[in-house]
Design a protein around this ligand. Sequence first.
Ligand SMILES: [Zn+2]
Length: 267
Amino acid sequence: MKATSAIRNKTLKKGTAVPATAIVDFLDTELRTSSIRDYSCNGLQVEGKTMVSRIALAVDACMESYQSAVKNGCQMLMVHHGIIWDGIRAVRGQVRNQMAYLLQNDLNLYASHLPLDCHPLYGNNAGLAQLFSARQIKPFGMYKGTEIGFEGVLPKSAPRDSIVEILCEKLKTECTVLPFGPQKIKSIAVVSGGGGDALVEAVTKNIDCFITGESIHQNYHTALEGKINVIYAGHYHTETLGVKALGSLCQKQFGIETLFLDIPSLI
Ligand SMILES: [Zn+2]
C-alpha cells in the first residue's frame, strides 16, 4: 500500500518501470480482491520480475498468451481466467509446462475473475452495460454471494436486432439469439461469460433482454416460457472489456505501456 501511494504522487513518464508489488497492491485494492468470494485464486498467481515496464492483458492464461506476452517484452500478464482454481493439487502435465514457462521467463501472472466481472467501473459487466448507455444500473446475477452482473434500462426502447448489432460490432463477435421476448427492448440484464444460470432471475424481474456469454441447455424452455429475449454473445468476447479496462487504468495510474492480446477461443 505504501508503494502504491508513493507512485500515485509522482508523474511517471511512459516506459517507466514500476515495482510489480505496487501494481499488484493497487489493483487488489481497486478490485476489492480479498473481499469477493471466488473459486479462482485472485491476485498475483505467479511471481516474476520485480520491475514492470510493460503489461500484457488477455482473457485466458494459456501458453499462447504467455509466449505472446514474453515476445512483446512484457514483464506482467493480467488475465480474467487464471491458472490457479481452488488451489493446485499437483504440478504435472500442462500445469507443469505452464508453470515452468512462467518461471523460466520471470513473467508475473495476475488474475482477476469475479472481482473483474462485478466491478462497477472496470468490470466486464459494467463495460457491457456501457455499450448500451444503460441507466438506473443495479447489481444483478447473484453468484457465490456476490451480484456479478448489472441490470438497467436503455435511454429509449430499441429493436432487438439493434441490440444484437451493437454486440456483434463492438465485441467483434457472433451472437445466438432466443427471440422470445418483446421486439422493442427497454430493460436489459448482463452477466458476462458462463452466466446462463442468471436467466431465471431475469425472468423473475421481467427483464426484456438478458445478455450473457454462453448457453446452458435448460435456458431454452426457461426463455420460451418466460417470454424473454436472450442473447449469447460468446464467453470470450463478453470478457474482453474488463482486462482492457485494467490496461487503461494501469496506463493512467503508472504511465506504463499496456498491450491487449486478442486470443479468442473458438468455442
Ligand atoms: Zn469466464
